[in-house]
Design a protein. Structure first.
Length: 298
């Protein structure tokens, strides 16, 4: 079955007259009749009832008509669909992100991307940096918002773009006497509270940056709990389990029983960036990268 045959059939079905249909199709009537007869033979059923009173659709023809129109419309839309896919306007993007990105770069990036590419289907996956790197190396995701560094083996395959640098801030249980003082705080002036921290195996850069703040302040931290999600860390602080140092953007996560404060001395900057496979030629991904470069915060 050819699209040409369906187009001829639809035209005859709309005119219910072979002569008028031939005029619309800019052809003579005999080849039109032959084409319809060949289609009927191929389908194994008559599509038109031809008699002296005119032409009428058979039940088989009436059943075929809406489907033929749908197929012709889809065929007509194919070139535009292909062009849109080639330009990254349609398709799928699978994006992973660390939990801290949920309170910083992820929402504005998604808003901008959805506005520019509303027909792209976005699949989001929250994952730690180590899991994202493994997913990228095995082609399970298109890109990942993660905390560097990238291991040497990953640098051979991945590209990386820094998108945010931010300081660390304190997350403390509400009601501490030290919080009666407004403004920035000194670590040495705080009571000895267990530290809730990201495991080093999951995010060595963040773990080491947090410990360096204590080292610079001359304070030896007592690690009480480890957690791999920022929501969990803040929840543990809210429960009075201990204190935490978190990226500044996490202070957007408001939780009863938690107060965020800046430190009186400069802290290391925590970097968040986007990683993707260098050999990924997806137009959807490259559209996302182009938009991201225009909206990078750092």
């Amino acid at each position: 079955m050819e699209l040409r045959q369906l187009r001829y059939f639809v035209t005859v079905a709309e005119e219910l007259h072979f002569g008028k249909a031939a005029l619309r199709l800019h052809m003579t009537q005999p080849p039109l009749s032959q084409t319809i007869q060949a289609l009927e033979q191929e389908l194994g059923a008559p599509l038109f009832d031809r008699n002296r009173r005119g032409v009428a659709l058979t039940p088989a023809g009436a059943a075929l008509l809406p489907e033929a129109r749908r197929m012709l419309a889809q065929a007509q839309a194919l070139p535009q669909l292909v062009q849109r896919a080639a330009s990254g306007e349609v398709g799928r993007l699978t994006l992973a992100f660390v939990s801290s990105a949920d309170y910083s770069v992820l929402p504005p990036f998604l808003r901008a991307y959805r506005a520019a590419y509303p027909q792209v289907q976005i699949t989001l996956q929250e994952a730690t940096s180590d899991l994202q790197l493994d997913d990228l190396l095995h082609n399970r995701i298109d890109a990942g918002l993660l905390i560097p560094p990238l291991p040497d083996k990953a640098r051979e395959t991945l590209d990386y773009l820094p998108v945010l640098n931010e300081p660390l801030v304190l997350a403390l249980p509400s009601g501490l006497p030290a919080l009666k003082k407004k403004g920035k705080l000194q670590l040495a002036a705080l009571p000895s509270l267990p530290l809730i921290i990201f495991p080093r195996a999951i995010s060595p850069a963040l773990h080491d940056a947090i410990l360096s703040v204590f080292h610079d302040a001359g304070v030896t931290p007592q690690i009480g709990q480890e957690a791999i999600q920022m929501q969990t860390i803040v929840s543990l602080v809210s429960a009075g389990i201990g204190m935490a140092l978190v990226p500044q953007s996490v202070s957007n996560l408001m939780r009863t029983g938690v107060e965020y404060r800046a430190l009186s001395h400069t802290t290391p900057l925590v970097e968040t960036g986007l990683a993707w496979r260098r050999d990924n030629t997806s137009p959807v991904l490259h559209g996302f990268l182009e938009l991201l470069r225009k909206n990078v915060i750092c």
